[in-house]
Design a protein around this ligand. Structure first.
Ligand SMILES: [Fe+2]
Length: 199
């Protein structure tokens, strides 16, 4: 059984994301978690969630898609909720962003541009690739970058449930506003952890 990520302050992201949306979104995440735990009923829990993605072939082929969908739903939402908030970027991550994207502003513009290109439901991710360089990618539905050997650093939920009640069809304003509620202190910590792995 995987335990739930706790999100207490639903109103902490106002006015960019309403408390109503956050409350509903958190309940949506918990449905993914409940589904995952049901599907993993006989699983003995030797892998962490991200390791389970890479070892999905331990499950019967007929169950893999469903497990992966819910596992991705849990991982993607836990990262998204974790990196929302307020916090300063570390020098280490800022220097890496400047190195890989030429400037922080270029990184921001590229992230926004990529997010606007996503069609259907999915996420925009900042990831670390095998060369330990940063990339911005889109994934569909509940795909997780771990499936592609990429390490997620931050993400933006672009499913309609994440913004439609607050922004209706104006997804681009939601995407722009995301940059006002990123906890870059948390993103920097995730980057610092991930850069140590797979070297
Ligand atoms: Fe979501």
């Amino acid at each position: 059984m995987f335990s739930s990520f706790s999100l207490i302050n639903y109103d902490a992201y106002e006015p960019y994301i309403s408390s109503y949306t956050m409350n509903m979104h958190y309940n949506n995440y918990k449905e993914y978690l409940e589904n995952l735990n049901k599907l993993l009923n006989n699983y003995d829990g030797q892998y962490a969630k991200e390791e389970l993605v890479k070892n999905i072939n331990i499950f019967p082929i007929t169950e893999r898609d469903n497990i992966l969908f819910n596992l991705g739903g849990v991982l993607n939402h836990e990262l998204f909720f974790k990196i929302l908030g307020n916090g300063q970027i570390s020098d280490e991550l800022n220097n890496k962003i400047v190195n890989d994207f030429k400037s922080f502003d270029n990184f921001k513009q590229e992230f926004i541009k990529t997010a606007n290109l996503l069609t259907g439901s999915g996420y925009t991710f900042l990831v670390l690739n095998n060369e330990n360089n940063l990339e911005i990618i889109n994934v569909a539905n509940q795909d997780t970058p771990y499936s592609y050997g990429l390490r997620p650093i931050m993400n933006l939920d672009l499913w309609e449930h994440a913004y439609y009640l607050d922004y209706q069809n104006d997804r681009s304003t939601y995407i722009n506003n995301f940059f006002s509620i990123i906890n870059f202190d948390e993103v920097s910590k995730i980057y610092a952890q991930e850069i140590q792995k797979n070297l």
